[in-house]
Structures are given as C-alpha cells and as structure tokens.
Design a protein around this ligand. Structure first.
Ligand code: ADP
Ligand code: ADP
Ligand code: MG
Length: 663
C-alpha cells in the first residue's frame, strides 16, 4: 500500500479522502490556493503545499504544479477527488508519466467516456440501451434539426463535453430548434471549449438512477447497487438515496449488469458511476437508458457506503495499489436505506442564487459520526470560515441511514432541523420542505419533483410572526437577566416598584415593522401582545436552547443574535427577525432591489444590449458567471442604456455597478 498520497482537491472531498487515508495509516499531502490558506482540508492533512491563486485555473487546475508538489513531498499517488482534474485524461497520463499512481481509471477510459457522444457510440456497440437520439459526428445544423424532427419533440440538445448540468437546452417545437442549438453551442464553447452536441429524446418525468461500479487491474468488476438522484434543480442533484424506491430486484440486476458491461467495454479500473435515465410507464414498468459515465468518485458516494457498509475511498486506494477487489458480486448486500442532502450556500427562493459570506454560526446535528453512523456529515468548513465565490456552493453533505426509508426520512428531517447556519443563505430549510413534500414522502420521484411541489417548497413561512416575536422577547429577557446578575443597578424589569409595567419592543419581520407589548403582571407572569395575538409568555432556558410557550405553541428555540438580527431556529424551521434597538438606529436604509449591480463577485460573461438600446423592465441585460453558474441581470424598469461599465471577461466585485440606464 502507498505510504503517502497527495489529494488534488479541496473542501469536503479532500477531507473525506484524508480521513480514510489516515485510518489506513497513509500520510496525506494537501494542496491549496490563496483563498484556501486556512481551509479545513489544509489542517486535516499531514502536509500542505500552496499551489497558486484563488481562481481554479491558477491553482487546483494547474496540474504541473500539483505533480511537482507530489514529487517534492514524496507522495506516491494522487487522488483527484471530483470536479477539477478528476476527469482530465491529460492529467491522469501526466501522473503515470511521472511515476505517480493516479487514483482513478486509466487515461484511456477517461477519454473514452469523456465525450457524451463518443461514449454513446461505444455503449451502443457494448449493447447498453441508449436514450433514442443522434450522437454522430456530423454537426451541420440542418442535419441536427432533421434528426430532432425524426426523434420527435421535446428533444434535449446536450453539449457532448458538458458536465455539471451545463450546456443543455430542451426544445419543445421544431421552429425553436435553430435558436436553441445556437445558444447551446455558444455555452458549450465558452464552458467546455468544444461545441459538439448531441440530440436526445427529452424524457418526461424520468428518474435519474445511477449504478456505482468498481473494477480492478485484474479485470474483476462489481456493481455496488444504485442511487436514485432524481430530485434535481438546474439538472443538478439535490437529494440522493439508495436503494432506489420501487426498483425491482430483476431491474436492479439488469441495470447493474449493463453498468458493468459499460465499464468492461472501456477496461475501467477503480470507482465509476454509470448514469441512466429511467422512464416509468403508466403500468409501473420501467425502462432504462444509458446517459453518461462519470469516471470518478461521485459526490453522493456516501449513500452507497451507508447501505453496503463499505468505504469506497478505501477500495479506490486498494485498487490503485494493484490489489484485487475486496468482495465479489455475490458477497454484496443492501442494508437499510440511506439519503444524502447537499447543503449549499444559496437562496432557493431567489432562483437558487449562490450565496457567499462567513459562517458565523455553523452548528451540526448531535450524534454525528464521520463514517457510516446513522447521521453523517461530510464537510470541508468550520464555523467562522468564509464561503468564497471561487468554488462550488456546496458547504456540506448530510447523510442519514435507517433500517427503512421512513426511518431514514425521519432522521433526515430531524438532523436538518439541527443544522444551524447563520451568516449566509443556505438551502437547509428548503431541503426540509422537499423532504416533507407529499411526492418525496410517497417516493414519487422524478426529475420534475421540485417544480411539481413548488407551492410547498418556495416562499414559505415556517415560523409565524407570533412565535418569532415570542422567541426574540424571551431571548432578550434572558440576556437582560444575565446582565442583571452582573450589575444589580441595571434592572430593567422594574415591576416590583411600579406594580404593573408595560414595555414596548420593536421588531421588523419580513420588512414589516411590528410592535409588541410586554406586560409584567403582579405575580411575575408575562403577558405578550403581538398584533391580534395576546397571551401569557412562558419560557425557560433548556439544555438545547430556550423552551418557549406562546399562543398555544410550544417550541424549543435556538436563537443566534448578530447585532440586532435574530436568527431563530425551531423544530418547525428557521426564520429571522430584527429586534430594533431604537436608540442605536436612525436613518438606516435598506439595499435597493433590482439595481444593476453584480449580485456577487464574479465574471461578466456577456451583455445582451449595447449603449443606446431601449430596454424594457425584466429584459435580460447581462450575464454574469460566479460559483460556476450563470446569472442573468434583468432591467429593473424601462429605460435607455447609457453606458456599459465593464467588458465581457472582466472580473467584478460584489455590488459593482455593471451598466447605467437612463429613463
Ligand atoms: P455528481 O454526479 O458526482 O453528483 P456533479 O455533476 O454534481 O457530480 O459534479 C461533481 C462536482 O464536479 C461538482 O462540484 C460539480 O460542480 C463539478 N463538475 C462536474 N462537472 C464539471 C465540469 N464539466 N466543469 C466544472 N465542474 C464540474
Ligand atoms: P451532466 O454531465 O451535466 O451530469 P447528464 O447527461 O448526466 O449531464 O444530465 C444531467 C441531468 O439532466 C440528468 O440527471 C437528468 O435529470 C437530465 N437529463 C439528461 N438527459 C435527459 C433526457 N434525455 N431526458 C430527460 N432528462 C435528461
Ligand atoms: Mg450526469
């Protein structure tokens, strides 16, 4: 076995790989960029080498530097994680050429599966069922359109070199094909440097079910069952689970064998995932089609670990060191049910716009164990860390395991409720809504789940005004009591001398000013009035926060205060409320919405208009790229563009004005 490996990645996956290496007594070398100088993975590894600037192209994608770092530290192998260089055959080849083991498949297998069109041609030969479509090399727009007409609408145009949900366009009608093709090709050349596309039948309400495969250098293959990753947004996974609900044993075996055939066809070695699109017929029948193969460890591999009891990174290391696969197919079993939720820094209610900022509070669920416990968190951050705009918005992964799906679901909801993040927007509350949505509960899974359940997923109010105010009041009074203990002269609850005392407290809840009246009664009891609601307020500190009772509700509340902003976490969900300290604030203004400014630091991709153009409210003006996603900046009102302040390709700071509009 290797004595030392280098991990050419960052964040949670770098920590995840390092943990297994440590357990196997293998030393680890981290690499890091400027932005990651203090990142968790740097301290987590035995050694760390700085490899360059914050942008991935200046560090995590600079493979010459990474290979140099491996040689300088005496590492014998490189684990690429996922993303970055993990599916770069030149890098894999360079490792081999430099006498380093690449912990992944041979370069030839990466190449064979790298382009979706070519890999489909290969799979066709290997007898793996394909989504009906065109994946030939003739790219003339006329031919592509003819093929789309033949396949029948809706069709999906896909960048052959695409990944991460980018470079895809759904086309509903023949007359829209040309425009969609043009825009898909443009995105493909910009994102992947290759504008070749394929055209596929666009399956309606399909499921995404993928098979984890493993191969060794002796030609042995197994499949470690499936993962259902149907719950997606922007064609990217949100929740993943194993086993796939409703998948018959026969179909599981058929898909597993098809995936192994795919791996065998490219002489695959190590961990890989074969992604299938599964169509469900009205009579419950399922048909599966090959979509693509990801030649790396997948983000969602922990659900497979949870149901098999295996450590896939350990298997990767064993195979890369030339060992035989530890188990054969007939020794593998599925135990229980596992679900993973991707915790991302983003605003689901704002079209999943990625968020940046500091993790002022980062509280994890109780009873977390790193590996294979019933509740597992894989993360690459600590409280206080900055989520920068340079990398992916995924902050952590929460993985739960249960004997049944119901048990796993209940555990997932409970664990999500215990994740407290303050400092930036996250999808934690959104995930709770998804997990509790009728479709998810009933395992009615398909890629349209999020749009279908939208009414119960977006713009929800988990904690009402009354409870938010009651929590903030309880917290304030407890704070005052703590102060009072230190300083007996600063008592604020003067009820003893004045009999009944009333106090007005001001709040702002969802941009609306709210006044609450607190009455101190003779017997020491408290009466709280918030709008129409009035009643006794009872609270007491508890081991897990504050137990608050008001207006017929009882809640265990955690409240984190950041100046006057109170972040309230309850069993039902989280919200925030501003407790206004009247003296401290005068004339604060709120950020204007709809200004023509960069919503986050990033790069200007293009302008859809030029100076002098007349624009209408809502019209797309510019496209920005940040956190690997494109964001469209729309006109807040009708007007005339007077000046563009940046050029495509420019890097801009958060809040920078992008262009000027006159009325
Ligand atoms: P998985 O299929 O393992 O869930 P994803 O498709 O979500 O993986 O991608 C895994 C990671 O790699 C994510 O961080 C994703 O943003 C990144 N990624 C995947 N493909 C690309 C690509 N072509 N270019 C840049 N990043 C990518
Ligand atoms: P990426 O490389 O970005 O992961 P994939 O080809 O794996 O691209 O597709 C990503 C997602 O897009 C799939 O998980 C699925 O939800 C959706 N998708 C892909 N192909 C089809 C199709 N032919 N019909 C319907 N949905 C599809
Ligand atoms: Mg995919």
């Amino acid at each position: 076995m290797f004595k030392k490996i280098l991990i050419a990645n960052r964040g949670e996956i770098a920590c995840r790989v390092a943990a297994t290496a440590r357990r196997m007594a293998i030393k680890t070398v981290a690499v890091y960029s400027d932005a990651d100088a203090k990142a968790k993975h740097v301290g987590f590894c035995d050694e760390a080498i700085h490899i360059g600037g914050s942008a991935p192209k200046d560090s995590y994608l600079r493979w010459e530097r990474i290979i140099e770092a491996a040689k300088a530290t005496g590492a014998e192998a490189i684990h690429p994680g996922y993303g970055f260089l993990s599916e770069n055959e030149e890098f894999a080849q360079a490792c081999v050429d430099n006498g380093l083991a690449f912990i992944g498949p041979p370069p030839s297998a990466i190449k064979a599966m790298g382009l979706k069109a070519e890999s489909k041609q290969l799979m066709e030969k290997a007898g793996v069922p394909l989504v009906p479509g065109y994946h030939g090399s003739d790219q003339s727009p006329m031919l592509l359109k003819r093929e789309a007409d033949r396949i029948g609408y809706p069709v999906l145009i896909k960048a052959s070199a695409g990944g991460g949900g980018k470079g895809m366009r759904a086309v509903e009608r023949s007359e829209d094909f040309d425009a969609a093709l043009e825009s898909c090709k443009r995105e493909a050349i910009n994102s992947f440097g290759d504008d070749a596309v394929l055209v596929e039948k666009y399956a309606q309400r399909p499921r995404h079910i993928e098979i984890q495969v493993f191969g060794d250098t002796q030609g042995n293959y197994v499949y470690l069952f499936e993962r259902d990753c149907s719950v997606q947004r922007r064609h990217q996974k949100v929740l993943e689970e194993a086993p796939a609900p409703g998948l018959s044993e026969a179909l599981r075996q058929q898909m597993g064998e098809a995936a192994v055939a795919a791996a065998r066809a490219v002489h695959y070695v190590g961990a890989g995932t074969v992604e299938f699109i599964v169509e469900q017929a009205a009579n419950g029948g399922m048909k599966f089609y090959f979509m693509e193969m990801n030649t790396r460890l997948q983000v969602e591999h922990p659900v497979t670990e949870a149901i098999t009891g295996l450590d896939l990174v350990e298997w990767q290391l064993l195979v890369a060191a030339g060992h035989k696969l530890p188990l054969a197919q007939d020794q593998l079993r599925i135990k229980g049910h596992a679900i993973e939720a991707r915790i991302c820094a983003e605003s689901p209610d704002n079209n999943f716009l990625p968020a940046t900022g500091s993790l002022h509070v980062y509280q994890k669920p109780q009873s977390v164990s790193f590996e294979r416990g019933p509740v597992r968190i894989d993360d690459g951050v600590r409280q206080g860390d900055l989520i920068s705009p340079f990398y992916d918005s995924m902050v952590a992964k929460l993985i739960v395991h249960g004997t049944t799906r119901e048990e796993a679901l209940a555990r997932l909801d409970a664990a999500l409720a215990q994740i407290h993040i303050v400092g930036l927007s996250t999808n934690v509350q959104f995930l709770r809504y998804v997990v509790r949505s009728p479709s998810f509960v009933a395992a009615d899974l398909d890629t349209a789940l999020i749009p279908r359940e939208a009414p119960v997923l977006f713009n929800q109010e988990p904690v009402g005004l009354a409870m938010a105010v009651a929590s903030a009041v309880a917290h304030t009074l407890l704070e005052e009591k703590a102060l009072e203990a230190d300083d007996p002269f600063s008592r604020r609850d003067g009820w003893r001398s004045h009999g009944v005392m009333r106090r007005t407290l001001d709040f702002e809840f969802h941009d609306k000013a709210v006044s609450a009246v607190l009455t101190y009664l003779h017997d020491g009891a408290l009466l709280l009035t918030v709008g129409e609601t009035s009643g006794p307020l009872v609270f007491s500190p508890s081991a897990s926060g504050i137990d608050v009772r008001f207006a017929g509700q009882r809640n265990s509340v955690h409240l984190y205060k950041n100046s006057d902003l109170c972040h309230v976490f309850t069993g039902y969900g989280a919200t925030h409320i501003v407790a206004i300290d009247v003296l401290a604030h005068a004339g604060d203004s709120h950020a204007e919405s709809g200004r023509l400014t960069a919503p986050m630091p990033g790069k200007v991709v293009s302008f859809a208009i030029k100076a002098g153009d007349t624009v209408q409210k809502g019209q797309a003006l510019a496209v920005m790229e940040a956190m690997k996603m494109e964001h469209t900046i729309a006109a807040p009102a009708d007007g005339v563009v007077t000046e563009l302040l940046y050029a495509p390709g420019d890097q801009v700071a958060e809040g920078a004005e992008l262009l000027k509009i006159g009325v």
